[in-house]
Design a protein around this ligand. Structure first.
Ligand code: HEC
Length: 155
């Protein structure tokens, strides 16, 4: 027991020494970055005007209808409804993999999302093409989101 205790003591001291020299600068920098990012946004919600979306069950059918019409007019050329990627990723399960706020910010604020949001940037690396700004209002985006929920099997 005694040896274990003293071993523990020694390793604790070693850890403290190992960290000590770098700590002041590093920690401050990290904290600064963190608060700067947090001031902008909750990263998983994306960046933009959409902060909180309320989802209702059952689906709002009038929104689903409008969302489908928008999809056919403005999105279908690049997005399929299954998981196949054409120009952009297929939409299957997008509402399960992303927060509704993230999806709506991606739709309404795509330029900033592609500049600053790490998840959007990963998609850009994959697709090698920037999604164009589609001039979508927040209401339009909400309709498309409802259509996506239906496409993902929600009722
Ligand atoms: C000219 C092609 C094009 C059109 C049109 C287009 N997109 Fe995209 N979209 C993309 C690409 C490419 C990406 C991947 C990100 C990137 O590379 O910019 C993407 C990504 C997305 C994502 C994120 C998908 C995921 O898997 O997380 C959503 C949501 C989205 N688009 C919604 C829409 C909506 C809604 C419309 C129609 C109003 C639309 N897009 C029209 C090309 C397009």
């Amino acid at each position: 027991m005694k040896t274990i205790k003293s071993l523990f003591g020694v390793s604790l001291v070693a850890v403290m020494f190992a960290c000590a020299p770098e700590k002041p600068v590093d920690k401050e920098e990290k904290d600064l970055n963190k608060s700067a990012v947090e001031a902008i946004t909750d990263p998983t919600k994306g960046i933009g005007a959409v902060k909180n979306v309320t989802l209702n069950t059952p689906l709002e059918q009038d929104r689903v209808k409008r969302g489908l019409a928008i999809y056919e007019m403005k999105c279908l050329s690049c997005h399929k409804l299954d998981e196949t990627r054409i120009v952009g990723p297929g939409w299957k399960d997008v509402t399960k993999n992303r927060k509704p706020e993230w999806i709506m910010n991606m739709i309404t604020n795509v330029d900033v999302m592609l500049e600053q949001d790490p998840e959007a940037q990963k998609l850009l690396e994959l697709c090698l093409m920037r999604m164009p700004n589609q001039n979508m209002s927040i209401g339009d985006a909400r309709d498309v989101l409802e259509f996506m929920r239906q496409n993902d099997g929600e009722k």
